[in-house]
Design a protein around this ligand. Sequence first.
Ligand SMILES: Nc1ncnc2c1ncn2[C@@H]1O[C@H](COP(=O)(O)OP(=O)(O)OP(=O)(O)O)[C@@H](O)[C@H]1O
Ligand SMILES: C[C@@](O)(CCO)CC(=O)[O-]
Ligand SMILES: [Mg+2]
Length: 453
Amino acid sequence: MAPTFMVSAPGKVIVFGEHAAVYGKPAIAAAISLRSYLLVNTLSKSRHTVTLNMRDIGLDHTWDIAALPWAAFNQPEKKKSFHSLVTSLDDDLLNTIIPHAEEVSEHLPEQDRKIHISSAKAFLYLFLSLSSPHSPAVIYTLRSTIPIGAGLGSSASVCVCLSAALLLQIRALAGPHPDQPPEEAELQIERVNRWAYVGEMCIHGNPSGVDNTVSAGGKAVLFRRQGAAGSSPLVTPLPRFPKLPLLLVNTRQGRSTSTQVEKVGVLRRNHPKVVEPILEGIGEVSKSALELISSTDFDGDNGSINAAVEHLGTLIRINHGFLVSLGVSHPRLERIRELVDYAGIGWTKLTGAGGGGCAITLFRPDVEEETIRELEQKFEAEGFEKYETVLGADGVGVLWPAVFRNEDDDTAAEEIDQEMFEKAEGAQGVDRLVGVGAQENRKGWKFWRRMAV
Ligand SMILES: Nc1ncnc2c1ncn2[C@@H]1O[C@H](COP(=O)(O)OP(=O)(O)OP(=O)(O)O)[C@@H](O)[C@H]1O
Ligand SMILES: C[C@@](O)(CCO)CC(=O)[O-]
Ligand SMILES: [Mg+2]
C-alpha cells in the first residue's frame, strides 16, 4: 500500500496581461507564497471507494469506484495516455461525469452548489482519465491558504495538486530528487501542467493556461498561448524578475473567473474592431515590461532603479486602464486604486480575472513606512484584506511520505495524518502544520525545479 503523501502547489499573481492572455497575447505572472495542500491516504484493498474531502468549501463526498463511468473513459478512441496533450474537454465524457459531480451538492444553495460541482467535475475528469477501475480506495483531503475566487489562482493550484497526486499514484512522475537535471524536472512539470490544464478547463470554460503553468513550475514566467489548437504555449522563465515591494489587497468581492472571461468574450464578439486593439495594447504592455526587466539591474544604483520602477508603475497603470475598458474592474477595486492614487505613493491594477478579487500596488521607492501604514489602516477600516506574500515561490512540490523529519534527530519525525490536517485552524494553522518552508526544522518538501538553483 502506498504511504500517505502530500502534494502542494502555489497560487499566482498576474503582473501584466490577464484576459489578453486568453487571446494569445503575452502575459507575465509569478507564483506566490500562498498555496494549496492535498493529502493522499490510500486505504486497504478491501474498500472500493474514492473520497474527495475539500475542507475549505465543505465538500466531503465518497463515490463507489465501480459506479463511475470507466467504460466511457476507456473506449479506445477516447482513452488518453498520461503524456497526452489535451487541449479541449470531450463533451461525451463530461456528460458521463456530470450526474456523479452533481451528487455532491444536492441540498445546497445555488452559489455553493456551483462551486462544489465545478471542483467535483475537475476531480472526476482527472481521476477517470488518470486512474483505473482497479484503483485502491483513496481519500483526497485538500486545504488551501489561497482565497477562493479572488484572482490569485486558487483553481489552478487545486488542479495542479490533483494532477500531481494522480500522476504520482500511477507512477507517471519521477522524482523530484536532489541531482535531477533541469531538463528532466521540466518534463515532469510539463506532465503535471498538462493535466492541471484539463482540470482548469472543467472549472472555467476557456483558460489560457497561464495560471496552471505558473502554479506547476513556480517562479516568474512570460507566458504566451499559441494560436493553433493542440499546440503547447510558449513559457519563458524570468530568473531576473525583480523582488519589488508589492502590496496585495483583496476587495473580498467574490466573482468567478469563467463569468469574467465570458464577459470579455462577448464584448470582443460585439465590438471586434475596438476590443482587439485593447487586447493588443495589453500584450504590448507585457512586452515593454519584459524589455525593462531584461535590461535593468534592479539591485543596481538608486537613480536607475527609481527610473525603472517609475516605468514599471506606468505600465501597471496603463494595464489597469485597459482592463477597466474591458469591463472587468469593480467599484471596490476602483476604491483601492483611488486610495493609493490619492496618497500619490504608487500604481495599482487588478490582478487575475477582476470583477472583484484582488489588486496589486507597486510602491514608489521613496515611500515612507508611515505612509504605507496609514494606507493599510484605511484599507482595513473599509473592509479590505491585505496579504503578505513573496513573489517567485516554488512550484509543485511533494512530501513523500507525509512525514517531517528533524534533520538532526530522526526520532523527532512527525507524521501528518488526516485528522491533524483537517483540524489545523485556518490558513495559519495549515501553514504551521505543513507549510512549505514555514519552519526550519520541517524540511521535507521536494520540488521539481526547471532551473538549477
Ligand atoms: N480550496 C479550494 N477547495 C475546493 N475548490 C476550490 C478551492 N479553491 C478553488 N477551488 C475551485 O476553483 C473555483 C474558483 O476558481 P476561479 O478560477 O473562479 O477563481 P481563482 O482561481 O481564485 O481566481 P483567478 O482564476 O482569477 O486567478 C471554485 O469555484 C472551486 O471550484
Ligand atoms: C483572466 C485570465 O487571463 C487570468 C485568470 O487568472 C484567464 C486566463 O488566462 O485563463
Ligand atoms: Mg482560477
